[in-house]
Write a protein that binds this ligand. Structure first.
Ligand SMILES: *Cc1c(COP(=O)(O)O)cnc(C)c1O
Length: 356
């Protein structure tokens, strides 16, 4: 039976990317060797890395005042690496507390300097995004999580401020056109929307670096990674290559405009179905709904187990909500076809009819 992959991460990738990645493991670029067997300083790999870095800049429409790095670790590493590089002990960074991941990020930052939580949606279980809050002009940076993977909210308007914005885009990277120049630093673990686990994308505006007094261990130092062209040590070569394949796929499909169009269409279909069926209850403020992760509950909690069972029977994978949130979470990343969302919506209708 065909599986419909709604996993939240690691998650669905384009079929062609999987095929090309498998091929590269068997033999890379007619070298007679596997991608996993060649040196990371060979022309073959260095060309792949350079192409991936250039594609990121192209897709985000950024000039060379920004640098693109592929670094080890997941987004969780960036929770620490960002403040280590940007925030001195006596300085203050502004953080938005809009979900589990942002909350972890601000706790890590407090190990390096002062954290000012300028907005929090904790009062309503992180079911909305704060608007119109004050950002102190002397904040070193403002940290937001553009898409809250667990709670199912997304920033649809990026705040206007002179304070540099740092964004965790792990779960909506390359999902829509945005004015990426609004950000001073963007980071994302690859395994949600751009590839295999094990690599982090970091896009950084160079002029925000070099402004603190703390000594930084080399492997954690963005400036040293930039100087080394993102090759300070052995990078996670396979994960970088899968990211390259995904970036090529995004460009070939029509870039971020096209991704944004598809993601809007998929999420509109899902939310319209949700709103039309009283047996389901959305948990998130309408205007802040995520195009990537739709979170909702069964209005009658007794319906949850049979609904999940039906999903399983029909090959719907990964629709159970996060362990601390419960309910249902449907992740609809770039590579998920509209058809899968349509089939899931048909199932919602079928289930609703069967219990009424
Ligand atoms: C998944 C996720 C993380 C954690 O990523 P790791 O790669 O597991 O460290 C952080 N932030 C967001 C928004 C996420 O979705």
């Amino acid at each position: 039976m065909k599986k419909h992959n709604f996993n939240s991460g690691p998650s669905i990738l384009p079929q062609t990317v999987l095929e090309q990645a498998a091929q590269a493991i068997m033999e890379f670029n007619n070298t007679g060797l596997s991608l996993l067997e060649i040196g990371h300083r060979t022309t073959y790999f260095m060309e792949a890395l350079a192409e991936a870095r250039a594609l990121v800049r192209e897709l985000m429409d950024l000039d060379d005042s920004y640098e693109v790095l592929f670094l080890h670790g997941g987004a969780t590493t960036q929770f620490m690496q960002v403040p280590m590089n940007l925030l001195d002990t006596n300085e203050t960074a502004a953080y938005c507390d809009n979900g589990i991941w942002g909350n972890k990020a601000l706790k890590e930052a407090s190990l390096f300097g002062n954290v000012n939580v300028v907005a929090s949606s904790k009062d309503k279980n992180h079911t909305y995004i704060n608007k119109g809050f004050d950002i102190p002009a002397d904040a070193k940076y403002l940290h937001i999580t553009t898409n809250n993977t667990v709670e199912g909210t997304q920033w649809h308007h990026i705040p206007d401020t002179n304070v540099p914005i740092v964004a965790d885009m792990s779960s909506d990277i390359f999902s829509r056109p945005l004015d990426y120049k609004k950000f001073a630093l963007i980071y994302a673990g690859a395994q949600k929307n751009m590839g295999a686990a094990g690599v982090n994308l970091v896009v950084v505006k160079k002029d925000i670096l070099g402004k603190i007094t703390r000594p930084i261990p080399s492997i954690m130092d963005y400036a040293k990674h930039i100087a080394a062209d993102s090759l300070m040590n052995t990078p996670p070569v396979f994960a970088v290559y899968v990211a390259l394949l995904t970036l090529r796929w995004i460009k070939a499909e029509g870039g971020l405009e096209e991704m944004g169009k598809r993601n809007l269409e998929k999420s509109n279909l899902l939310y319209q179905t949700l709103d039309s069926l009283p047996i389901f209850t959305p948990t998130v403020a309408k205007e802040d709904r995520s195009q990537m992760n739709a979170v909702f509950v069964l209005t009658n909690p007794a319906h949850e187990a049979p609904f999940l069972e039906l999903c399983k029977e029909r090959g719907m994978v990964g629709v159970k909500g996060y362990r601390t949130v419960g309910g249902i979470r449907v992740s609809m990343y770039n590579a998920l076809a509209l058809e899968s969302v349509q089939i899931f919506c048909d199932l919602m209708h079928e289930f609703a009819a069967s219990v009424s």
